[in-house]
Design a protein around this ligand. Structure first.
Ligand code: E4P
Length: 215
């Protein structure tokens, strides 16, 4: 499974990237707003640090506005991916961009039918939101399992990005459910390699080492 970072924060990206753990980055307008910087500058900087796909979201709601933004954003860097909302206009824009060889990520997917539509429209990536479904007492991980099955049965090429990831269990379950990618907040990722028994284990080894006679 690939790991994307779900952040617009350059320091977070640099910290995790040096471990070889960043296969790509996803951003959204809320994440970009947190950085207080110009959108284009943030995306170009991320694209220069990370080799893999970097999703940048359009703001327009009409297909013609989405496409205008998309064709501009697509020139910012070779690894930029256009993030589109899961709407009728978004599907149209997805199909157009795909025909023109531009990679897309259809976002805000909350049902298997929506994911199937996005995959049929040629989306490179589809982003079901696990955490936001869990928030309304709907099993978000069930959607990941269903989508993986649908893509496999019908030989559809889109990759599933498990999005709206809130905890370690979400990452583990998304891996088991067959998500191709999990996009993980930069603040959550370090907790994936931490464990209290690892810390106490190191402490005990070092304490015992003190009693070993030194030559
Ligand atoms: C995905 O691409 C989105 O940016 C993100 O995962 C949304 O997560 P949230 O529900 O925590 O805002």
């Amino acid at each position: 499974m690939k790991f994307f970072l779900d952040t617009g924060n350059i320091e977070e990206i640099k910290r995790i990237e040096r471990l070889g753990l960043v296969d790509g980055v996803t951003t959204n307008p809320s994440l970009i707003a947190k950085e207080g910087r110009v959108f284009k500058e943030v995306i170009q900087e991320i694209c220069s640090i990370v080799e893999g796909p970097v999703s940048a979201e359009v703001i327009g709601l009409k297909a013609e506005d989405m496409l205008k933004e998309a064709y501009d954003i697509a020139k910012w860097a070779p690894n930029v991916v256009i993030k589109l909302p899961m709407t009728e206009d978004g599907l149209y824009a997805c199909n157009e961009l795909t025909k023109n060889g531009i990679k897309t990520n259809v976002t805000l997917i909350f049902s298997a039918a929506q994911g199937l539509m996005a995959a049929k429209a040629g989306a490179t990536f589809i982003s079901p939101f696990v955490g936001r479904l869990d928030d309304i007492a709907v099993d978000g991980m069930k959607l990941i399992r269903e989508l993986r099955q649908i893509l496999d049965i019908h030989g559809l090429k889109s990759e599933i990005i498990a999005a709206s990831i809130r905890n370690i269990k979400h990452v583990e379950d998304a891996a088991l459910a067959g998500a191709h990618i999990a996009t993980i907040p930069g603040s959550l990722l370090p907790s994936l390699w931490k464990h209290p028994l690892t810390d106490s284990g190191i402490e005990r080894f070092l304490k015992d080492w003190e009693t070993v006679p030194k030559a």
